[in-house]
Design a protein around this ligand. Structure first.
Ligand code: GDP
Ligand code: GDP
Length: 452
């Protein structure tokens, strides 16, 4: 499971600055669930081959009223969601009563936490660290978030203990031969079959869909082998194929009444996405595409997951509404135009069975081993068709390509001056590979290597 790290502390200690530095901000999933406050911000980041989810919080002041109280509440929720808490304090302000209060809370909750003494630029680190030792939380590090100082030791402490991501790197691309291309490489865990995460905002119909998929008579559901975090992993077989459904909505949990707020958690969704092979992304046809859909979908793409889109609640819609919904989908989801779209009714079961074919195709596209000579041939044809540009009088040379990983497929292209390959040309290559290899449902990564 992807570790979750929360940034907490008083306002203005530098939490957002650190958050932005760690996530590089572009891909941060801003804001929380509709109906809740927007005081928590989620992002994904990597450090030394480990992905983690980072939560930024508004801050805790110690004498919360009104909006502050809400903010503090969100911080406390983030602490609960986190595996490790980075407790930021401000070296310039020195130790404050609110810091003491937060430390007290962390101690009570028995959370693994690290005191992060920020803004040590122009200050003596040891004096700064000593200032905060009365907090009595044990470990501490000194950083300057604004300048990137001390970040590595901080992450070493925070993430060093977590295992590295299971990446589907191909051990040796040179051994892939013609004719081997249809052989699948296993997912992270072959016995699980295709791991499908059912993802979407609250009330789009995830629980209904999970129940429908598992309630089908052709499905053999196995005993739940225990739960991880809050998502439930349900292995089942359908036809010849094995699957594991990652149920973020938690319908299968018996005897537990969960309110909406508890039922939907951003962290749970993000972790399920990371842990899946294929995401079935559920949206509500009657509500259209909203920003929160785009955030979650963006995260799934960033994670390289294969995707199948299910536009749910298609039942009982007027033809003109359907027409409009289709147009909206096309307009706003242009960036996932490689994914299959299904118009379904989880409630009545219409269209649900067809999801499997798309899941299988997307998975196959994501994990097929393409031999080096095939990928190189496609590259050569693409270059012949449309040459890369000249850079300072010299033409960019692209020599050969090989597969560097799967789920998502990583195509590594070797050549000269590859740093200068324009974005548009890269997109051209990506589209060419997608078209020729008939890849559906999966994002593709292209990486250039210089030299030779
Ligand atoms: P937050 O409220 O905890 O999210 O704090 P912000 O990230 O918004 O930072 C509050 C202020 O502290 C901003 O003016 C930042 O530029 C400043 N700041 C953040 N990190 C550092 C640092 O390492 N050194 C210095 N000198 N200022 C910093
Ligand atoms: P979740 O929060 O995403 O798990 O959503 P639920 O599965 O709990 O569904 C939310 C509401 O939408 C419930 O009242 C469902 O009965 C309803 N719903 C789910 N799927 C459909 C559908 O296909 N058609 C219609 N009309 N309602 C649906």
């Amino acid at each position: 499971m992807v570790p979750v790290i929360a940034l907490v502390g008083r306002p203005n200690v530098g939490k957002s600055t650190l958050f932005n530095r760690l996530t590089k901000s572009r891909d941060a999933i801003v804001g929380d669930i509709p109906g809740l406050t927007r005081d928590r911000q989620y992002g994904e980041a990597q450090w030394q081959g480990r992905s983690y989810i980072l939560i930024d919080t508004g801050g805790i002041t110690g004498d919360e009223e009104g909006i502050d109280a809400k903010m503090a509440e969100q911080s406390l929720l983030a602490i609960e969601e986190a595996d490790v808490v980075l407790f930021l304090v401000d070296a310039r302000d020195g130790l404050c009563p609110a810091d003491q209060m937060i430390a007290e809370h962390l101690r009570k909750r028995n959370k693994i936490s690290l005191v992060v003494v920020n803004k040590v630029d122009h200050l003596d680190e040891n004096i700064a660290l000593a200032e905060f030792s009365p907090l009595g939380l044990g470990d501490s590090v000194a950083i300057a978030a604004a300048h990137g100082r001390g970040i590595n030791p901080m992450l070493e402490f925070t993430l060093g203990q977590f295992p590295k991501d299971p990446v589907f790197e191909l051990e040796d691309f040179s051994t892939i031969e013609e004719g081997q291309e249809l052989k699948r490489i296993p997912g992270p865990d072959e016995k699980d079959g295709i791991k499908i995460a059912i993802i979407g905002r609250p009330n789009v119909g995830k629980s209904t869909l999970v129940n429908r998929m598992l309630g089908e008579e052709r499905v053999v559901v196995y005993d739940q082998p225990g739960t991880t975090r809050d998502s439930i992993y349900i292995p089942f077989e359908r036809g010849e194929e094995k699957y594991t459904l990652i149920d973020t909505a938690g319908v299968r949990r018996r005897g537990r009444i969960s309110e909406d707020v508890e039922k939907f958690s951003v962290v749970k969704s993000l972790q399920a996405i990371k842990d899946s092979n294929v995401v079935i992304f559920v949206m509500d046809a009657r509500e259209g595409v909203v920003d929160h859909d785009l955030n979650l979908l963006g995260f799934a793409l960033e994670s390289g997951r294969a995707i199948v889109i299910a536009l749910n609640k298609w039942d009982g819609m007027h033809p003109s509404e359907r027409e409009y919904a289709k147009k909206e989908l096309e307009r706003r989801l242009y960036f996932v135009d490689f994914a299959d779209i299904h118009f379904i009714s989880a409630l009545h079961g219409t269209g649900v069975g067809h999801l499997y074919k798309s899941v299988q195709n997307a998975f196959a596209s994501a994990v097929t081993r393409w031999p080096t000579n095939r990928l190189t041939q496609i590259l050569e044809d693409a270059v012949r068709e449309h040459q890369p540009p000249m850079i300072a009088g010299r033409r960019i040379k692209l020599r050969y390509a090989h597969l560097g990983g799967a789920n998502p497929p990583l195509i590594v292209i070797h050549g000269n001056q590859v740093d200068s390959v324009p974005k548009g040309y890269m997109r051209y290559l990506e589209n060419t590979y997608r078209r020729v290899l008939k890849l559906v449902g999966t994002p593709i990564r292209i990486e250039f290597k210089g030299g030779e």
